[in-house]
Design a protein around this ligand. Structure first.
Ligand code: DGT
Ligand code: CA
Ligand code: ZN
Length: 575
């Protein structure tokens, strides 16, 4: 199927023409054509030139370009344009208030190649002084960059999920729903969410719609129809609810779970097999006979694929893996044997050691690690060496009394701005496990930040790098670090990287997790709990791990206690 590639190329052409200050009509024509081609159900390769010209926005010129691409696999016009600018420059156009003229200017004068580059220059005050760029413009560019990073109209998943769950519960109580399920990015556990998509089946859709728009969570009703309605919650989150037919439920679930990119691949596959998939079912293209759609698994089965879990439906290789019957056996929450990042009332946590043991046992864990902060961290009541040694003794004493459960004595040691750790090795070595993390100096250069993580990883006593990029979704960007380098060193030294399950962190994120796995680095999924209910955040970490294709064997805290200790000691042993 060529449609997607052609749409992408046409959009890129429009971007480049925009930077060049080309005719706005021409630019709009490319964008319109791109949109229309993307929505075609049929591959453009199978459409004649005359038919192509029937598609809105496509004249003789664009029809010719499409055929050139189909025939040769590329487009000369596009390739020529592309050599004029680096690819990252095109992203700069997404910064609010920064038009193509300015993009062109900063490229010409400063050779700025991408947003990160631009940000660095703006921070260093190198933009002002260029013709037409004042200190104020520079400030606005920085604000614009911060804004597209933070507010792309998306909410942190951790804020959205509880809202969605409340709504689901209320709908189950108040309306005659049969099936009721979350779809969209929320079902895929994506870290940020634009809106909540809910699907239901019911004998009386109208009653469901009535109950939905009257929910206490509904601040505003955007639309109300017989089977589809939309509301905005008090938090400003849009929620769409659709009631579908029972025999289309599976097809609708597949369609509305997405991702869009994944669905497009499924539709391409279907087309090749003479089938058609839409939100109503899966059909024979010729006879229009419905072949399935009641269950979601129908869609995959009829395409000859194994079921693909929602978390990896992103078209990042899952279709290829499924075709080879080589899908990962994704980790599950029940595989987790313990939590290796927990705070007690010795620092900023709420519970005593004894209470934490009880909580962990209730969760069915075999072990947890108490990892209070080191002293450098004033805000979180960091502990002095004397205090933490005292805690260490208390843990060891308590451990002697426990049966079938282990408390690991640990510490979350601060990686200071000068790359050194807050505690010397003589202190670190008495702990069963050491987490190292950055809590200050986020604005250092990429080199410095990378160096801090690398030197922590090289310390034989550091078992895990905790929340490695420091991001707080929607509040603070990840700091600028060369993660590939850090992962390389982690692999060499046997250092484990954390997936911090705290819903606003989810750090490492899905992309880095996948990279870590490919590099051969192990991960640990920890909640960073400071109070009992936060132990339940584990599912956020596990789902993020699933998005990064992790299996049980990739995760340290799926090991037995003995194996865990062995692996920590392995790193400490001189090589
Ligand atoms: P977001 O942005 O966090 O809401 O992400 P999604 O994936 O929930 O996206 P949304 O809400 O726009 O749409 C929900 C699903 O519906 C999406 O994952 C796939 C499906 N969908 C939406 N628009 C299209 C489309 O134009 N083509 C196809 N094939 N599927 C679509
Ligand atoms: Ca959505
Ligand atoms: Zn912590």
């Amino acid at each position: 199927m060529h449609n997607r590639q052609i749409a992408k190329i046409f959009n890129e052409i429009a971007d480049i023409l925009e930077i060049k200050g080309d005719n706005p009509f021409r630019i709009r024509a490319y964008r319109r054509a791109a949109r229309n081609i993307e929505d075609l159900a049929k591959d453009v390769a199978e459409i004649s030139s005359d038919e192509l010209k029937q598609i809105p926005g496509i004249g003789a010129d664009l029809a010719g370009k499409i055929q050139e691409y189909v025939k040769t696999g590329s487009l000369q016009f596009h390739c020529g344009l592309k050599t004029e600018f680096p690819s990252g420059l095109l992203n700069i156009l997404s910064i609010p208030g920064l038009g193509p003229k300015t993009a062109r200017l900063i490229f010409d004068k400063l050779e700025i190649k991408d947003i990160a580059d631009l940000e660095r220059h703006a921070r260093e005050g190198k933009l002002k002084g260029l013709p037409g760029i004042k200190a104020k413009t520079e400030e606005n560019i920085l604000k614009g960059i911060a804004m597209i990073r933070r507010h792309t109209g998306r909410f942190p998943m951790g804020r959205v999920r509880p809202v969605a769950e409340e709504i689901m519960e209320k709908l189950r109580e108040d309306s005659p729903v049969k099936e009721l399920i979350i779809a969209g990015s929320l079902r895929r556990w994506k870290d940020t969410i634009k809106d909540i998509d809910i699907l239901a089946t019911s004998k009386d859709p109208q009653k469901v719609m009535n109950a939905f728009v009257r929910l206490p969570q509904s601040k505003e009703v955007i639309m109300k129809g017989p089977t589809k309605s939309g509301i905005v919650t008090n938090e400003g989150i849009q929620v769409d609810l659709r009631v579908v037919n029972e025999d289309s439920f599976g097809a609708a679930l597949s369609y509305f779970t997405g991702s869009k990119a994944h669905n497009i691949r499924l539709r391409e596959m279907a087309a090749k097999k003479g089938l058609k998939i839409n939100e109503y079912g899966i059909f024979d293209l010729k006879t229009e006979k419905k072949l399935g759609g009641k269950k979601e698994s129908d869609v995959y089965k009829i395409l000859g694929l194994p079921f693909i879990p929602p978390e990896i439906r992103e078209d990042t290789g899952e279709i290829e893996a499924a075709l080879k019957d080589n899908l990962p056996e994704l980790i599950e929450t029940k595989d987790i044997k313990g939590d290796l990042h927990v705070h007690s009332d010795y620092s900023d946590g709420s519970h005593s050691l004894q209470e934490l043991v009880e909580i962990a046992k209730k969760k069915g864990y075999a072990y947890i690690a108490i990892t209070d902060h080191s002293k450098g961290l004033g805000v979180a009541r960091g502990m002095s060496i004397e205090q933490i040694l005292q805690q260490n003794k208390a843990i060891k004493a308590l451990n002697k009394k426990l049966r079938g459960f282990k408390l690991l004595s640990g510490v979350e040691v601060d990686i200071k701005s000068d790359s050194s750790l807050d505690f010397p090795d003589e202190v670190l070595k008495i702990f069963d496990i050491v987490l190292a993390s950055i809590h200050s100096g986020f604005r250092q250069s990429r080199d410095q930040l990378t160096k801090r993580l690398v030197s922590a990883a090289k310390n034989p006593y550091v078992s895990i790098i905790a929340h490695p990029t420091g991001r707080l979704i929607g509040e603070r960007d990840a700091y600028d670090v060369d993660m590939e380098e850090v992962l390389k060193i982690a692999k060499e030294t046997g250092t484990v990287m954390e997936i911090n399950a705290y819903p606003l962190r989810l750090d490492l994120n899905d992309v880095y997790i996948k990279k870590a796995k490919e590099t051969g680095v192990s991960l640990a999924i920890n909640t960073d709990a400071h109070i009992e209910y936060q132990f339940d955040f584990m599912v956020y970490g596990v789902s993020t791990a699933r998005r990064g294709w992790l299996e049980k064997k990739d995760v340290l805290n799926t090991c037995s206690y003995d194996m865990l200790i062995k692996r920590i000691q392995n790193k400490r042993a001189p090589r």
